[in-house]
Structure formats: structure tokens, C-alpha cells
Design a binder for this molecule. Structure first.
Ligand code: ZN
Length: 284
């Protein structure tokens, strides 16, 4: 099943490429707000086959600005640092033996198309697989973890490196939470949409030049392991969002270093969920 947040409404994308308004087609059984569907995830999965048979309106007719974030208001956002060995190496940091976890504050979340206002400093890109929790829980075993995932999408963990490294301890959460620093979308795809959900290609390009290309099979802690370790400490709730770490190719790891500049277009993609496009804008 593939979902999208189109014009602020929960939409199902049919296999034939139609857009079905779930609230309308179920006579209000489901809320039009996509975030609400994660609280009733099993019910939505049961309703999906009938909805997938409807014609819907053509996906091609949906304007890009109409797409929003498929999980726009989670209760918790988790983000994993240094989760690809080659990225840890380019950051001159050791591959962690346990999860490196921070948050992106929910006001940083944004949709898959639009502008990003650059704060002063050094803003870097990080393409990441983003998972949304369907069924929550505590102490979820790794071999059960995929059944707790509603779906996956692609996101950017935009990061202001100067603030991130200022002070005696890293300021990951703050430096990665400027408005617009957590875009996700355009589609959310359930794990069964992938031949192997632990092996998905993702990447990003600036002004047409590919800067990151990776595969989620290279994660130090694959998503099931992330879910097992997080949920051993804190309960996961339906609709929670997990940024799973970035493959190599970020700007701070380059020589010379490179950061996003006003006018740059950042295109971010993951197989199965499509691409996001963001234009960088000078800010104050
Ligand atoms: Zn990251």
C-alpha cells in the first residue's frame, strides 16, 4: 500500500496510479488527517484492498506543492547518527557499538517540495530512509520489528554543522531542527511494496550533481535492530517517525568542505517512494 498527504488529506495511491481520498471513500470512517491513520493502522490495512480497486483521480494531475509530509505531527521523532560505516569514516568518528540517538523537534518537519530558508552557518545534506511506526510497543524483538512499521519514505536530516559542533558536547538535536530541516515524502510505502525492505537504494543531488548514493543494506544497525534497541528503552507510539542515518557523501566530509548555498536545488530520492525537491533560499 502507498499513502500520501495530498492537500492535507489522507490519500491512498492505487496500483493503477489513482489517488483515492480515504475519508471520502469510507464515508468518514477514517479521518482526513494522515497522522490519525497510524492510530488505526490495522483497520486501514484491512480497508485498503477495496480502496485500491477504486479508480481515483490521476496521480499525474496532482501538483507537486499539494504533497505534504506523510507523518507531519508525530509524538516522537527519533534520529540515528553514524549508521553507515563509510559516513562515520568521513566524519572522522568511530563506528558506534550502540545506537547514537537524537531528536529532530517536530516543528522542523516539512513536506517534500518547496523552499528551505538557510540560517547563518554551514547547512549540510543527509538523505535518509524514514520509517513511520504503525503498531507501537515496548521491547519489540528485531525479528518482529517490520510488522510494527507502517511504512517507509525518504527524508533529509538537514544539519547546521557550525551549531552542531559548538560547545563541549554535540548539539545534534538543535542544529538539525531549524524550520524545514526535516522534509519527508512524497509517498509512504508499506514494507511489502519492496522486494527486500532492508535493501533500498537512496541518494541525493545538488543542481543535478549526485552527491550521495547509498543502500539501506549498508546500515550498521538495520531498521529492525533500531526498533528493538529504541523500544527496549522507550515505548514506540503509532505515528512516531524514525530517521535512520545517512550514507556517505555529506558536505562536511568533502575536501574542500561544501555546504548548501542560496539558489541550490536539492533533489532527494529513494526507490519505491519517489523524489523530493527543495530550493535553498537565503535567510536571516
Ligand atoms: Zn542524519
Amino acid at each position: 500500500m502507498r499513502l500520501a498527504n495530498i492537500s492535507g488529506r489522507l490519500s491512498l495511491i492505487t496500483p493503477a496510479g489513482g489517488v483515492v481520498d480515504v475519508a471520502q471513500e469510507t464515508d468518514g470512517r477514517f479521518s482526513p488527517h494522515i497522522q490519525d491513520c497510524y492510530d488505526r493502522w490495522d483497520e486501514l490495512r484491512e480497508a485498503a484492498p477495496a480502496l485500491e480497486g477504486l479508480p481515483g483521480k490521476p496521480l499525474a494531475d496532482v501538483g507537486l506543492p499539494e504533497f505534504g509530509n506523510p507523518a507531519p505531527s508525530p509524538r516522537q521523532v527519533f534520529a540515528i547518527g553514524l549508521n553507515y560505516a563509510d559516513h562515520a569514516a568521513e566524519a572522522s568518528l568511530a563506528v558506534p557499538e550502540d545506537l547514537t540517538v537524537f531528536t529532530k523537534f517536530p516543528t522542523a518537519l516539512a513536506g517534500p517540495y518547496g523552499t528551505v530558508v538557510l540560517p547563518p552557518g554551514t547547512v549540510d545534506w543527509e538523505v535518509e530512509l524514514v520509517a513511520v511506526v504503525g503498531r507501537g510497543g515496548r521491547n519489540i524483538a528485531a525479528d518482529q520489528a517490520w510488522s510494527h512499521v507502517a511504512g517507509v519514505s525518504v527524508g533529509q536530516d538537514l544539519s547546521e554543522r557550525t551549531l552542531q559542533s559548538a560547545g563541549p558536547a554535540p548539539q545534534y538535536s538543535l542544529a538539525k531542527s531549524f524550520p524545514g530541516f526535516g522534509p519527508v515524502g512524497p509517498l509512504l510505502a508499506t514494507p511489502d511494496e519492496f522486494e527486500d525492505p532492508d535493501k533500498i537504494e537512496l541518494g541525493c543531488a545538488i543542481n543535478g550533481e549526485q552527491v550521495q548514493k547509498g543502500n539501506t543494506s549498508d546500515m550498521v544497525f538495520p531498521l529492525p535492530e533500531i526498533i528493538a534497541r529504541l523500544s527496549s528503552i522507550t515505548p514506540l507510539l503509532p505515528g512516531d517517525v524514525i530517521f535512520t542515518g545517512t550514507p556517505p557523501g555529506v558536505g562536511v566530509g568533502r575536501s574542500p568542505r561544501r555546504f548548501l548555498a542560496p539558489g541550490d536545488e536539492l533533489v532527494t530520492y529513494m526507490a519505491g517512494v519517489g523524489e523530493m525537491r527543495h530550493r535553498m533560499q537565503a535567510g536571516g
